[in-house]
Design a protein around this ligand. Structure first.
Ligand code: GLA
Length: 709
């Protein structure tokens, strides 16, 4: 039983290695008591804290680590819930009713002291993954109220320490840049106001005070939501640190009628003593086991025609590429943009999801049959949420887009956003895409979204228009979820001009993510490093393309992409026979190591940083019998380094690697490293790898029996 109840007012959620405790303090508030290593017995956990100090300017409630803050009295911290009652009262007095445990979930119910408003705080212990999943449900049993903020969780960490926040930020073609920054008193906010998760920030965090990749305490979390979200990392003037995470309250208002309830997205949180690497591995395993629609099943090597043919697609051009792709061992051929009604550039066609009769006079079937005959699956690009004003759909339904009637409709990439909050829009998309999938042997869809919102109006919703931020995403989930149910074998990719929609919410629908439109292999090392903090390699689509092919070798480009779900996106018509033969060898090698990369555990041996020219990752299979090391040198020495502004890099400097994750007592052989040695030896004494300017290498690690074979 992972959840203990003490004295009916104190609860301990245990996972295999961690524990999370909360309870009611002497003033009756639900407060956080402990989040850390699991202790021997339930009575080992500290009592629910009371206030340690307060003055006439600050009430006791400001001081204690409340689990879910409602603002009342002399409290000025970040609230989790803000409501406006029917009579205009905006003060929330949440009192604990009690807690109930069912299986792995604790529900603590709070109730307002005056109004018939109940808040259920749900805590689910994922024992084997060492994670706690939290969400809140607000019930209104009285006159209509307005929810102005409703977060999923507030995570408290031990008082009196100076924390560093790790977060991901970036922009289009530069997503998932990892930052670590000390927190100081005040509130540091990361958020999305773009109606989608965004390229600019990710709903993920880690807090530490002196952790590294392999050691130290880390508290971390991620939100399962694909729309506007907000993370507020707060340090009070009294030394308390908390991270609040949930739906963004910016421009948000939700009317909750009598008898209605509102459920927040789920937020995961975890604790480890083993550094940032262990924190990521916990999220990776959870995503594989509990989130992805197809779980741990292998992801196919794909070819995508976008960079080769852009909008100029037809049976002939695609068939030529498909033949070359099949020769290389590609398993899935994906035709990108350009195939549907009127689509010759980005200024027309979105919304009209049937094959363009000029390009495909006999429909898509002849091409699909050709691809299937070559032994490959067929996949297709769609951008369902969008419409070009130059489309049959828009001409028929100009009111279906997000807009304010008295304002211009700002176009971006010549397109507008369909209002997926509307049931008629949802139904149109379900019917149209369902037909496409029912009529064809399509097993993969790349679901794209190439702009963010402007003029966020929903005229038909009257005074409830601010609900669009949530209802749009719920509509998206409904459309995608219905299509998933009807076509369970289709694998979906989440793309939003690259990595604009990568989160634990969308991964309940999509098995993989197009991480960035930036396919430069050197940039990818950083982008993939950031992405891997939150999400696993089997969701991380990575293509070998022609970007900077003159400068970066095919080997380097393949090695970078082989760290995720391998794809090829270059123009194969321009590749020489020798290059294609080499590519075929890489694809074959990838298939051999695929179970280790896609299903194994990631260890970062050398992170991208200015202090080393190397970047090295290691993937270890679950049985710890095999591992694969990817080693890259981004910059050489001498003239190469000086051209790139690095003056002090020794050209002969090798990468010193201490492996991780091996069985210390087993013996392993490593490519080019001589005789077998113990796992402990490889992990403590390690090995060195020397590479030149922009060289890379894959090393295989194999467990051998005592005879060394
Ligand atoms: C976006 C995607 C690309 C490609 C184009 C097609 O930019 O990220 O991979 O699909 O759209 O228009």
């Amino acid at each position: 039983m992972p959840i203990h109840t003490l004295d009916n007012n104190y609860w301990v959620l245990e996972t295999d290695h961690t524990a999370y405790a909360l309870g009611v303090n002497t003033a009756g508030a639900l407060v956080h008591a402990y989040w850390g290593e699991r202790l021997p017995v339930p009575t080992d956990y500290p009592a629910a804290p009371d206030a340690i100090f307060h003055a006439s300017f600050t009430g006791a409630g400001h001081m204690w680590p409340e689990e879910y803050v409602g603002l009342t009295g002399l409290k000025y911290v970040e609230p989790a819930l803000s409501v406006s009652f029917a009579d205009g009262v905006r003060d929330l007095v949440l009192q604990v009713v009690g807690g109930a445990v069912a299986g792995d979930t604790l529900v603590v119910t709070l109730r307002d002291a005056h109004y018939p408003l109940r808040v259920e705080l749900h805590y689910r212990a994922h024992a084997a993954h060492d994670l706690i999943e939290r969400w809140a449900v607000v019930h209104n049993d009285g006159a209509p109220i307005t929810l102005e903020r409703v977060f999923s969780a507030q995570w408290q960490v031990p008082i009196g320490r100076s924390y560093r926040l790790s977060y991901l930020s970036g922009r289009w073609i530069d997503e998932f840049q990892l930052h670590r920054q000390p927190l100081s008193p005040g509130v540091f906010v990361r958020e999305s106001r773009r109606i989608t998760t965004s390229h600019h920030a990710s709903p993920w965090f880690a807090l530490d005070d002196h952790a590294g990749e392999t050691h130290g305490e880390v508290w971390f979390g991620a939100l399962a939501w694909s729309g506007n979200w907000k993370l507020a990392a707060e340090v009070t003037d009294f030394g308390r640190t908390r991270v609040s995470l949930g739906l963004n309250d910016w421009d948000f208002a939700w009317r909750l009628g009598a008898g209605e309830r509102f459920t927040t997205p789920a937020c995961l949180g975890g604790y480890t003593q083993d550094g940032f690497g262990a924190a990521s591995r916990r999220l990776h395993a959870f995503v594989r086991d509990n989130v992805l629609p197809h779980g741990r099943s292998p992801h196919k090597v794909l070819y995508n025609s976008w960079e080769a043919t852009t909008f100029s697609v037809d049976v002939e051009s695609q068939s030529k590429l498909a033949e070359l792709a099949a020769e290389m061992g590609v398993e899935l051929f994906v035709m990108d943009d350009g195939w549907f009604q009127g689509r010759n550039s980005d200024d027309a066609g979105l919304g009209d999801w049937w094959p363009d009769p000029k390009k495909f006079p006999d429909g898509l079937t002849p091409l699909i049959a050709r691809v299937n005959a070559l032994g490959m699956d067929f996949g297709l690009w769609l951008e369902p949420e969008m419409v070009n004003p130059n489309s049959d759909l828009y001409r028929a339904h100009p009111d279906w887009v997000i807009h304010f009637p008295t304002r211009a409709r700002t176009e971006s990439r010549n397109q507008l956003i369909l209002n997926l909050a509307r049931a008629d829009v949802q139904n149109y998309l379900i019917t149209t895409i369902d037909k496409l999938l029912s009529d064809h042997n399509i097993t993969f869809i790349k679901w794209d979204m190439n702009r963010n919102v402007s003029e966020p109006g929903w005229p038909a919703a009257g005074d409830r228009q601010r609900e669009i931020w949530v209802r749009y995403v719920e509509g998206l989930y409904r459309v995608w979820g219905t299509l998933r149910e009807r076509h369970p074998n289709v694998v979906w990719q989440s793309c939003s001009g690259g990595g604009g929609r990568a989160d634990l919410g969308i991964l309940r629908l999509a098995d993989q993510v197009w991480v960035s439109d930036n396919t430069d292999a050197l940039s990818r090392l950083n982008i993939q490093h950031g992405y891997s903090q939150m999400l696993p390699a089997d969701t991380m689509e990575a293509w070998v393309t022609d970007i900077n092919a003159g400068r970066i070798s095919l080997d380097f480009r393949f090695h970078v992409a082989m760290q995720g779900v391998l794809g090829v996106g270059g123009n194969l018509l321009h590749w020489s026979p020798a290059e294609r033969a080499k590519a075929a060898r890489f694809v074959a090698q990838y298939k051999e190591i695929r179970p280790i990369v896609q299903n194994g555990e990631l260890y970062r041996l050398i992170e991208p940083s200015d202090s080393s020219p190397y970047v090295v990752t290691q993937y270890v299979n679950i049985a710890r019998s095999e591992a694969v090391i990817f080693a890259f040198r981004r910059i050489g020495g001498g003239a190469d380094a000086m051209l790139d502004g690095y003056h002090a890099i020794d050209p002969s400097q090798p990468a010193a690697l201490k492996l991780q994750g091996l069985d210390p007592d087993a013996r392993y052989k490593i490519t080019g490293q001589g005789a077998a040695r113990s796992g402990l030896a490889w992990m403590r004494a390690g090995l060195t790898v020397a590479l030149g300017h922009q060289e890379s290498k894959i090393l295989r690690v194999r467990r051998v029996d005592d005879s060394g074979s």
